[in-house]
Ligand binder design. Structure first.
Ligand SMILES: NC(=O)c1ccc[n+]([C@@H]2O[C@H](COP(=O)([O-])OP(=O)(O)OC[C@H]3O[C@@H](n4cnc5c(N)ncnc54)[C@H](O)[C@@H]3O)[C@@H](O)[C@H]2O)c1
Length: 326
């Protein structure tokens, strides 16, 4: 299959591109390199520089490339920034996605996999969160993703564009060659490892008084390679789906303090940590009910121990302490 991946130079997109290629697909890697890295894109992918906010550019990609399916990863995802500049997130995560859908319908491309997020659920009303749990986002990031999800059934009804929505929990870990290198890093594991390497002076835990087993927040970490394999499975069944929305998590949570301890054990370094105040909008626990993807997609995550996830990220970080050299 010829698959267009938007956001292909980003953390998760780059791993999906590599996985598509190793599974015999043609990967057309679209990115404007605003947040991603050219060197993260697999050398055998077809790189198409393109800004999704420009419909003519998007349309010309579909005119010049043979495309059977789209995996739409590009977007803005820093929750804190979304609280400061919501318009940026609604444009990036809704309007830019609409440009992709419109180009698809004009060029008769009818398979669409969308990167959504656990942030659509907001403050959980139940744990674990299932795909039918209430969606009530508490920040513009989650709201923008949920709004875009709601557009997709109309493109199916009107234009026959089959879609699959994959709601990721916390993406983490690395492959041998591809890892997390965000200019503004908000994710726990890379921050811990940067602290271990001395690239940051200390690590702050946001709150230790939550009603959890050790007082710190609990999250469901899903390895980036497992995310990638779920996308390939989704493409295989997208024309005859059992369902169209899937949580992607391991179905088990690790607390911030447990991840810190795992990072200390893996790196063999002390990693100085301080306890800070709670961060507004952080639910105490986010864990996926993850059995639907296992059953319907025939997918199962290979990395379920936090030590394995952290170890993969550490091996990558030691090899590439400064990330990608662009
Ligand atoms: N990382 C996570 O834990 C996580 C969790 C849930 C959902 N997601 C979603 O997964 C997707 C990928 O996440 P990531 O961590 O790989 O993000 P990332 O920031 O590493 O990658 C996003 C990529 O999109 C590109 N991009 C942004 N705007 C663009 C535009 N207008 N035109 C073309 N390219 C553009 C960037 O240059 C970047 O390469 C996002 O949609 C995110 O919301 C991520």
């Amino acid at each position: 299959m010829n698959v267009l991946v938007t956001g292909a130079a980003g953390y998760i997109g780059s791993v999906i591109v590599a996985d598509l290629i190793s599974n015999g697909h043609v990967a057309i890697a679209l990115d404007n390199l605003s947040l991603g890295h050219r060197n993260a894109i697999h050398p055998n992918a077809i790189f198409v520089p393109c800004d999704l906010s420009n419909f003519d550019q998007v349309s010309s990609v579909f005119s010049t490339q043979e495309i059977d399916a789209v995996i739409h990863m590009a977007g803005q995802s820093l929750v804190g920034e979304s609280m400061q500049d919501p318009g940026k997130f609604f444009r990036a995560n809704i309007l830019n996605g609409l440009n992709v859908l419109e180009a698809m319908r004009h060029h008769n491309v009818r398979k669409f996999v969308f990167s959504s997020t656990a942030a659509v659920y907001g403050e959980p009303t139940e744990i674990p969160l299932s795909e039918t749990s209430e969606c009530a986002p508490i920040n513009p990031y989650g709201a923008s993703k949920l709004q875009f999800e709601k557009i997709l059934p109309w493109y199916l009804t009107t234009y026959g564009i089959d879609y699959m929505i994959l709601r990721y929990f916390n993406a983490a870990g690395a492959t041998d060659t591809l890892g997390e290198a965000h200019t503004t890093e908000s994710h726990l594991i890379p921050i811990l490892l940067e602290t271990a390497l001395g690239l940051r002076s200390k690590f702050e835990i946001f709150g230790s008084d939550y009603n959890t087993r050790d007082g710190s927040c609990i999250r469901d970490y899903i390895h980036v390679s497992d995310l990638a394999s779920a996308h390939i499975k989704a493409l295989e069944v997208i024309s005859q789906p059992t369902s169209r929305i899937y949580n992607l998590g391991i179905g088990h949570g690790y607390s911030n303090l447990e991840v810190l301890e795992a990072a200390r054990a893996i790196t063999g370094l002390p990693i100085e940590a301080t306890i800070g105040a709670r961060r507004s909008g952080d639910p105490p626990v986010l864990i996926a009910r993850a059995d639907k993807a296992r059953k319907d997609l025939g997918w199962s995550p290979r990395f379920v121990e936090i030590e394995h996830i952290v170890n993969s990220a550490w091996l990558w970080k030691k090899k590439y302490p400064n990330g990608y050299v662009d």
